[in-house]
Design a protein around this ligand. Sequence first.
Ligand SMILES: Cc1ncc(C[n+]2csc(CCOP(=O)(O)OP(=O)(O)O)c2C)c(N)n1
Length: 433
Amino acid sequence: MTGIPPETAPARGNLPPLSLHVPEPKFRPGDKVDYSHVVVPPAGAQPRPDEGCPAADTQPLCFDLIRVLGEDDRAVGPWNPGLDADTLRRMLRMMALTRAFDDRMYRGQRQGKTSFYMKCTGEEATSIAPAMALAADDMVFPSYRQQGILLTRGYPMVDMVNQIYSNRADKLKGRQLPIMYSAREQSFFSISGNLATQYPQAVGWAMASAIKGDTRIAAAWLGEGSTAEGDFHSALTFATVYNAPVIFNVVNNQWAISSFSGFAGAERTTFAARAIGYGIAGLRVDGNDPLAVWAATRWAADRARANGGPTLIEHFTYRAEGHSTSDDPGQYRSAQEREEWPLGDPIMRLKRHLIALGEWSTEQHEAMDRELMDEVKAATREAEKNGVLGHGLHHPFKTMFEDVFEELPWHLQEQSEQAIRERRIKWPEWKES
Ligand SMILES: Cc1ncc(C[n+]2csc(CCOP(=O)(O)OP(=O)(O)O)c2C)c(N)n1
């Protein structure tokens, strides 16, 4: 008690000892899953404010769940975008193509053709519907789980596979981890393995677009786990201060590898509600409802394009498979989670909707799946001609040192020569192309 006047000394006698709360997921391997704590409101029941509304008017939507596709497979309510059947069929096709691509690439990794792959199974709607709702030249800043955007924007699948195989036709010359694409022509920013860095970059790009008097907006994606990164918060601060034309997508797939969403704050509030503290618009969307995702994205895009400022969209969804090919979710979560997930599967929901409209059939769907499988197979065969991991058909070693300095500094020159010397000793049969 030295130095503290007796009258201000706290009476500690009856106080409980301080303690911390350590979040714990509801279900672990082998547990029976009960999702009764997940509130799923009826489709069509969420109000749709005008795109130009004050940000505060969206606050109730940060705790709701925007849904369009109902239990009867019909599209209902003010968020129903009223898309025509051709657009719906294209959306379905792109989601099914992404899933077929993921399945093939996953197997490719198991066969040793690449070192690494990440699927987006169950989350396809959160990238394909936005890619269709945005303008083709709006700049996107994805994380590693938005391969659906590239496919929807028409990036050649063979180039994707070349990158995954790190072969001699890899446009990124083997310098990026497999799946960390970069596609300037598709306005698709280079993916970074460092989580959340794309958020401030998207804001910077959006601000530059506004400074130039352009009409293009930016959109960024990250997982709910990454909202715990400082970059997330500085990006939102910049965006609100300058009213930047940007859309922040938070894909809440419940898991960040083996950490459940509670470790990023999900036990306390929603991720959409992060928007409130920054004074920007926020929407919480059923991420397995492609029509709701499309409608929320278009709402945010129209708002940004009319100088209404940024919007944060939380896509409430579920990562149906492992984090990556290096992960085994059976070690940390119950297998029943996927089966019991109350929002279903985005592909199945859109398929059933189209069937309910009389615009699709099971036979058409099966034929489409076969066609897509052939398309993916043909692309992988084509890419394999350029080499797969470990076959030696990669870019020449010396390219490792190129494209950074106009003139190679002496120490890099030395390293380059050393690498070539050692390569000749280790692999005498190797021919430098
Ligand atoms: C700055 C940083 N910290 C940690 C990692 C390791 N890491 C890679 S993915 C990942 C989980 C990210 O989860 P989330 O943001 O929820 O996205 P999801 O993978 O679920 O799509 C972690 C911790 C990293 N790549 N970068």
